[in-house]
Design a protein around this ligand. Structure first.
Ligand code: TXA
Ligand code: MG
Length: 340
């Protein structure tokens, strides 16, 4: 088995050397940790799919250290591309553009004539990419289907022995993946809600943007191919709890003969809890709940094994759209329904 090294932020050069040799290095971003490999090296990219157990028709994000690096591949910025890059890069916004034919391997693009580009905020990662001198592919560094990693420890849990190293820069800030906007068609569309909210995008381009991520039927091809796969799913069944239903949810939990995990706001955890309830504190607001969501799901997978997790919901607007998108996927959209 390969030894997975941990690199400190001072060791970007060593990590960049590994990338240049075709090895896989996990890297921090402001959203979640990514799994990096030289995007111009087909063999290295193929090993990313293997390490994740990811279906090969699900294309990868091309992660760059500067807009100039992305420009090598982009054929057409459309009407809004330059504006959005100027406003939000570096940052949690991934943009899908038409690419110059043949400029990226079909292993990266899944054979599409477009590719998704992202310039992350994390300076350590941008330094590593610049030192490698090539863009790196950057899917989330989890095993396919599991919650995305928000710490180097999460990555280590999923990838130990499968990758050469992890560039560890502490926990990520946002906690859910970047917003994906498709600029390859006539109308820009949000393919995945994330750290940059739709209102920010609309304000920048002066146009209301379609969020069509919910409209994909079972037999259609979703615009972001990854959206069709099972995602973020812990071993336990997650039940979403509406803010007013916690009293009944806790009573239900208390009546069970097994331990029940709860991912609840600090406020709820201050009250008295049934003895078989295992708490995970989601903090006091939406931003902290978003930051902690994947860590909480992993906690109940790996440290406190339970069959049921009750998790708090938020209104689906702004960052709440990104939070609820991930929570619904991890639960299959199942809510705790109080019986009265
Ligand atoms: O925040 C993030 O975006 C993280 C960090 C590590 O940068 N990365 C990430 O990558 O979430 P991944 O591979 O887990 O999700 C990328 C999504 C997938 O759903 C994929 O199908 C979609 O982007 N995608 C990639 N290329 C695309 C394209 N050309 N057109 C539409 N969707 C695309
Ligand atoms: Mg992912």
């Amino acid at each position: 088995m390969m030894i997975t090294k941990i690199y400190s932020p001072a060791e970007t050069k060593k990590a960049a050397e590994e990338i240049k040799l075709g090895e896989l290095i996990a890297f921090p971003t402001e959203t979640v940790y990514g799994l990096g490999a030289d995007a111009t090296n087909e063999q290295a990219v193929k090993r990313v799919y293997l390490a994740k157990g990811r279906p090969s028709d699900n294309p990868l994000i091309v992660t760059v250290s500067s807009p100039e690096m992305a420009a090598e591949y982009i054929a057409d910025y459309g009407q809004y591309g330059e504006k959005l890059i100027k406003a939000f890069w570096p940052g949690p916004l991934t943009l899908v553009f038409k690419i110059k034919p043949g400029s990226l391997s079909p292993v990266v693009t899944g054979g599409l004539s477009t590719a998704a580009f992202r310039m992350p905020e994390n300076e350590t990662t941008r330094k590593m990419i610049a030192q490698a001198g090539v863009p790196i592919v950057g899917p989330s560094a989890n095993s396919s289907g599991k919650p995305s990693p928000t710490t180097a420890q999460h990555v280590f849990h999923d990838m130990e022995g499968k990758i050469a190293g992890i560039l560890d820069d502490g926990p990520t800030a946002v906690g859910v993946e970047s917003t994906i906007v498709d600029l390859s068609t006539s109308e820009p569309a949000i393919l995945r809600p994330g750290g940059i909210i739709s209102e920010q995008i609309e304000k920048t381009i002066g146009l209301s943007v379609d969020s069509d991520q919910h409209k994909v039927g079972a037999n259609e091809t979703p615009k972001a191919p990854g959206m069709k796969y099972k995602h973020y799913a812990p071993a336990a069944q997650v039940l979403i709890v509406r803010p007013n239903d916690w009293k009944q949810a806790l009573a239900w939990a208390g009546s069970q003969s097994e331990n029940i995990g709860i991912m609840a706001p600090s406020q709820i955890l201050k009250g008295s809890l049934p003895a078989n309830v295992l708490p995970y504190d989601m903090g006091n607001d939406l931003a902290s709940a978003t930051h902690r969501l994947f860590d909480g799901l992993r906690y109940f997978d790996n440290e406190q094994k339970v069959n049921w997790i009750l998790a708090c919901s938020f209104e689906e607007k702004g960052l709440g759209a990104a939070y609820m998108n991930r929570l619904k996927k991890s639960s299959g959209g199942t809510y705790f329904e109080p019986q009265d």
